[in-house]
Design a protein around this ligand. Sequence first.
Ligand code: NAD
Length: 468
Amino acid sequence: MDATIVCRNPADAREVVATYTAHGPVDVAAMCARAAIAQPHWGGLPGPRRGELLHRAADLLRRRGQQLAQRIVAEEGKLLADASGEVQRAVAVLHFHAGEAERLGGELADAAQAATLAFTRRRPLGVVALITPWNFPIAIPAWKLAPALAAGDAVVIKPSSAAPGAVLELVAVLHEAGVPADVVQVALGGAEVGLALADDPHVRALSFTGSTAVGRQLAQRVRGRVRFQGELGGNNPLVVLADADPARAVALACEGAFAAAGQKCTATRRLIVERPVYETMLAAFAERARELVLGAGVTEGVQVPPLIDAGAVESVLDAVAQARAHGAAVLSGGERANGELRYGSFIAPTVLAEVRPGMRVIDEEVFGPVCAVQCARDFDEAIALANAVPYGLSASICTNDLQRAFEFVERSDAGMVHVNRPTPGGDPHMPFGGLKDSSASGWREQGAEAVRFFTEQQTIYLHHGGAR
Ligand code: NAD
């Protein structure tokens, strides 16, 4: 019997917003086989022709922006403004990689032999698989799909069952723009479908974004057989030095920790404050956290949306309870919202102090609106605390001291470092990815780097018999 995927409104779980029929391993095998047949023609098109179709898809997507943003809010729960921004991000990503399809160049040099040119070219891998999380239900799929298609690969993508609607719409738009149906296909389902993709003999590369645990498991499973890219979890620090502008520091901490209810891989999980300003910063941050307005993503004036589902609420509250049991102080939040919001997956923005290793909020990624505040004796200890976790996705420092800012960049173990900016954020034309346990490979997503993962390189020597 076919399994059904049921998506409920994160702001009110009584409301079913969509149902989908899940695929099974047999469907996945058929999709990969069809992709393998379709890919040579697609990969054989001139890059600029593929680019033209990606530009067209971007334009179609822009026109559907509002409707798509509403579907994202209904399934995933984020604020409508954030969902609109995410769709626009997907549009920008498609345009960027449409341009990259025109620039799929290589190196050119004189060969050592006379009258011979040496050059390189990138060619598609063939069939690639993409597995994506729910928290950016269109931007992350777009930033994997666009470079894969620009490269000339055929793609089977498996979105998260928690919010698959945006990927279905994105792929429909690609088809409408002229990308052949078998060149980009969607497999719906959970782990079983993901594993079927990882195991399929047609798949040459697997690009995964999600939790560190699943990413590691997949990396192990495909090792030596399939090229693997894994962008995983984070436990990202924002360091505030004593000289920082206090208002700016509080604003950066609130945005980083509580926007999207902390459900960003790059969200600020730890706030590390230099001792002279620790007490005042902690009080101001907790006060601001208590003022933030919780509510449904569609409601005007709301600042913090719901978590994805009741399971996420349980997991986050467990981590808070564990920290509390080990001596943490809860300065704001730490509990489920009640009243009108009790039917949704709401947790009030939570600020914890007196935290230490051994608590999940310090050692692991707690995927919700929870920020642990740590006191650093001085700059050196702030850097040591920032780096003292297995993750290394994003880090930020708030200071007016340029020398220290640069020293922080130099000594930070994060793949992305910000100065006087929140820990989340990045541009579609710049590489994105983590270090340490935040990445399961050295490959980078986004920017000009992205297409490398989806291609292989050839070096050609052409003896042309000419004068040189
Ligand atoms: P998840 O790891 O639970 O799931 C990610 C995807 O993998 C989903 O499509 C899921 O269905 C699939 N999956 C789950 N188990 C699988 C298995 N055993 N085999 C194959 N596929 C499987 O993550 P999530 O809850 O969807 O997303 C949140 C996580 O993603 C957080 O850890 C967050 O930090 C991370 N994330 C990382 C980045 C980044 O770029 N580093 C970006 C966004 C989210």
